[in-house]
Design a protein around this ligand. Structure first.
Ligand code: IPE
Ligand code: IPE
Ligand code: MG
Length: 242
């Protein structure tokens, strides 16, 4: 098993590896409902899927992994579910930080973080500081209270406030993702074929990959399939093929 995984990884690494992969981690509730479990059980198992994805991204040489963990619209959910999710994030941070440092993984939290409890904000800041590394193997951006429209409105206002004109060159400097390359590949699980307000500006020329698998079932193998599919694409960005 391990042997085949190594061979597959080596094969993929001979091709072009997406530098930046974005993931809409969807289908936790569906996964749980299918098993007669509460939605929270799906979220808990989703944390394992994130660990597997991060391991695979590191093994393949992906530099940036940006994951959608909580959207500006997810506040519409029942308070119990929101609390469960926020506690899960806190637990994840408390437990994982040392392991992340050991694996040279830098964590960043992007989104409207001011909306969260000070205690959670403090944990996020601490995790960012502790995992800071001049040469990280992978940088994981965890998007929380993130919405593409909210991000664009904030950015446009900030450009204007700085006295500059809103242009295609100026705007990205004020997005939460400032300084990051645009995602090369975007993965969405659970069979839903939409962006749900994720990275609206940044995904203009991103390649999409969808899978019916629910997020808790997502594996290293699924990630390799997505990268394999990416390697077969021809990115033209409005031009003509070479
Ligand atoms: C994704 O799974 C996790 C978050 C949105 C936080 P969902 O909770 O959306 O699960 P489904 O889509 O209802 O199955
Ligand atoms: C997108 O999934 C948000 C996250 C995965 C965090 P949703 O489950 O909120 O999106 P919709 O409601 O299916 O569009
Ligand atoms: Mg969903």
């Amino acid at each position: 098993m391990k042997f085949w995984v190594d061979i597959q990884r080596r094969r993929l690494r001979r091709g072009k590896i997406p530098e930046h992969v974005a993931v809409i981690m969807d289908g936790n509730g569906t996964w749980a409902a299918r098993r007669g479990l509460p939605r929270s059980a799906g979220h808990a198992r989703g944390a394992d899927a994130l660990r597997r994805t991060l391991t695979e991204a590191a093994a393949l040489g992906v530099k940036y992994l940006t994951v959608y963990a909580f959207s500006t619209e997810n506040w519409k959910r029942p308070p119990e579910e929101i609390n469960y999710l926020l506690n899960l994030f806190m637990e994840y941070l408390r437990k994982e930080t040392t392991e992340l440092v050991r694996n040279k993984i830098t964590v960043r939290f992007l989104g409207g973080l001011e909306r969260f409890a000070p205690e959670l904000q403090e944990l996020m800041r601490k995790a960012e500081v502790e995992t800071r590394n001049p040469r990280p193997l992978v940088t994981i951006n965890i998007m929380l209270n993130y919405g593409g429209r909210d991000e664009l409105v904030r950015a446009a206002n900030q450009v204007l406030k700085s006295g500059r004109e809103v242009t295609e060159a100026a705007l990205p400097d004020y997005l939460f993702t400032a300084g990051l390359p645009d995602p090369d590949l975007l993965i969405r699980t659970s069979g839903q074929l939409r962006l749900s307000n994720f990275l609206l500006w940044q995904s203009a020329y991103t390649e999409f990959w969808f899978t019916p698998q629910c997020w808790p079932d997502f594996s290293g193998r699924s990630f390799r399939q997505a990268v394999r599919s990416f390697q077969r694409r021809q990115r033209r960005r409005g031009g003509v093929s070479a």
